[in-house]
Ligand binder design. Sequence first.
Ligand SMILES: [Zn+2]
Ligand SMILES: [Zn+2]
Length: 348
Amino acid sequence: MKAVVKTEAGLDHMVYMDIPEPEATGDLVKIKIAYSGICGTDLHAFKGNYGSTKPPVVLGHEFSGIVVDVGPEVKKIKIGDRVTSETTFKTCGVCPMCKSKDYNLCGHRQGLGTQINGSMAEYLVSREESVHVLPDNVSLLSASLTEPLACGVHSVIEKGQVQPGDVCVVFGAGAIGQMVSQVAKSQGATVIVAGLPQDKERFKLALAAGADRCVDQMEEDIKAVVMEMTNDVGADKCFECSGAVPALNKALEIVRRKGTVVQMGVFNNTHESIWTDLILHREIVYVGSRSQKPSSWVTALKLMEEGTVVPEKIATYLTPLENWREGFEKMMAGEVTKGIIVLDDTLK
Ligand SMILES: [Zn+2]
Ligand SMILES: [Zn+2]
């Protein structure tokens, strides 16, 4: 089968090539891939600066498809099921994080598309526990974005505990910022997306998907906007999805007393200069949100089934697998919000 393989560490070393099809042994489910999203993580893997990627490996961890075979230990998933899958392939199963199904925090976790062959290929195998059958009304295209949506659910609902009426500020208008914005809207929040001049197209996507206001921070002062909208109280919840330290400090500055700031963005350095006295004196809840976990997937699929969140609205660029390089280049240039690799769009 055809696949896009990161063959060795370092810049590029990515090849469109033939590899053997994986087999559905044990508890594994073999999936024919319909769509595979291009994630920021894949771009980091391309650049060779993502330590978790263990070449040689097929990239891609955001996908949907149809089950074509199941291993002898598979109990519920059936051939023909329309599915997506969590990215968790292996965990230790015994640590406290595994016991509470916080698989995103298991120190021995192995994931699809980083350590185990992922979805930029015609077929993939995933363990049954990670596979989710799609509601009938959810398209395979939207379903391929369940993973970034689940990251948004984890951040907004499980970490941020957003309530109806909350004023939320989302820093960053990329794919994750868009998912956070859509999930916050689905919870009845007022959502302001803060970005930069190059986010013009992304602002349009966010507004079309329900965001209340977008702020180009080179043109407008986000603090003034938020204070005006909240009678000088400040935002209830802020989400840092840009990976820029100034955005995090701005979030700390505009969140209300006892408000919550959730960090999803990855910064360039492991140690950064953060406005800590605000955290102390205003009793700000500053919390990290790392990827997603099983409960996030259940909620993400429910939101899609209800139609309150429609991830495919951000899928603005679709391209076939052999054209993967152009997709990566367009994503790296910031020309498209979310690129999707099409493996088989005849699947329904
Ligand atoms: Zn991703
Ligand atoms: Zn564990």
